[in-house]
Design a protein around this ligand. Structure first.
Ligand code: NDP
Length: 283
């Protein structure tokens, strides 16, 4: 069997066209969706992520602005900025780029963002709503993964979804989303025993670990759907996923590539969440 490749890049493009049209409709009602990203310090990876996000906003017609703060910014100063954005009616989405410098407690900052502007979906209010299957801002990568699976017409209900990784931004929420879709969900992590025995039971295997090519053909059931979230830079500068794409594509029925897989969906879901915030705040 050779797997069908799910190009998130292609699905993302279709969704972005639709979002662009939605933005135009909102503009007619004098609603101008706006996202503000706050970045603290000079982390080059964070800076390039922020640029990608800004460019994607521009293309979709969403207003975006970036507040750049120095590395030595205190928690109190950052809180002041977030509070101002919470009060600013022209700002619909607030995103504080992580990681933050050591002197700032990420949890405190995330909890200071108004939940109705929390387009990253990291606020405990939104996490709780997701957990209880209520409408919420859902973290962008998990939401993008669910969209990819749905748009590929892959059945979810009753299927065994195995998630490798339990981070707050990917692993945990993606498992919760699929549970809400009536899948049977198993989480694996660094202390999991017999990992391969468990991953081989997956109908849908979602890998979000951050270890290049750790999932090989032997870890995947024949015909499984494999979603690779990993973003790992190899010594030659190339990008690899957590899944050994070349071997696993011989076993899987569907597989997402890296790059052009989950990554483009993540930013697209940020745009979608910003639009959702603009609609909700303005209604
Ligand atoms: P974290 O480092 O926060 O979490 C990694 C998870 O993997 C942890 O739960 C950890 O377990 C688990 N883990 C580590 N080693 C093993 C192992 N040997 N076997 C099983 N589980 C293991 O990473 P993130 O969730 O933030 O990101 C995961 C990957 O996804 C990274 O490569 C990241 O770059 C990428 N990513 C890609 C995005 C995209 O848009 N494409 C967006 C976000 C992330 P434990 O909890 O026990 O420590």
């Amino acid at each position: 069997m050779t797997a069908e490749i799910i190009y998130g890049s292609k699905i993302a493009e279709e969704i972005r066209e639709k979002l662009k049209a939605d933005v135009k409709e909102l503009e007619k009602k004098n609603i101008h969706p706006g996202l503000t990203v706050v970045i603290v310090g000079d982390n080059p990876a964070s800076k390039s992520y922020v640029k990608f996000k800004q460019r994607a906003c521009e293309k979709a017609g969403i207003r975006s602005s970036v507040i750049e703060l120095p590395e030595e910014t205190t928690q109190g100063q950052l809180l002041q900025h977030v509070n101002q954005l919470n009060e600013d009616s022209s700002v619909h989405g607030i995103l504080v780029q992580l990681p933050l410098p050591a002197q700032i407690d990420e949890k405190v900052i995330i909890e200071s963002i108004a939940p109705e502007k929390d387009v990253d979906g990291f606020h405990p209010y939104n996490i709780g709503r997701l957990q209880t299957n209520q409408d919420a801002f859902v973290p962008c990568t998990p939401l993008g993964i669910l969209e990819m699976i749905k748009k590929s017409n892959i059945p979810i209900k009753g299927k065994h979804v195995v998630v490798v990784g339990r981070s707050n931004i990917v692993g945990k929420p993606v498992g919760q989303l699929f549970l809400n879709e009536n899948a049977t969900v198993t989480y694996c992590h660094s202390a999991t025993e017999n990992l391969v025995h468990i991953t081989r039971q997956a109908d849908i295997l979602i890998v979000a670990v951050g270890k290049a090519k750790m999932i090989g053909k032997d870890a995947v059931k024949e015909g499984a759907v494999v979603v690779d979230v990993g973003n790992n830079y190899l010594s030659d500068g190339s990008l690899a996923g957590d899944v050994d794409f070349e071997s696993v594509k011989e076993t899987a029925s569907y597989i997402t590539p890296v790059p052009k897989g989950v990554g483009p969906m993540t930013i697209t879901m940020l745009l979608q969440n910003t639009l959702k915030a603009a609609k909700q705040i303005s209604s």
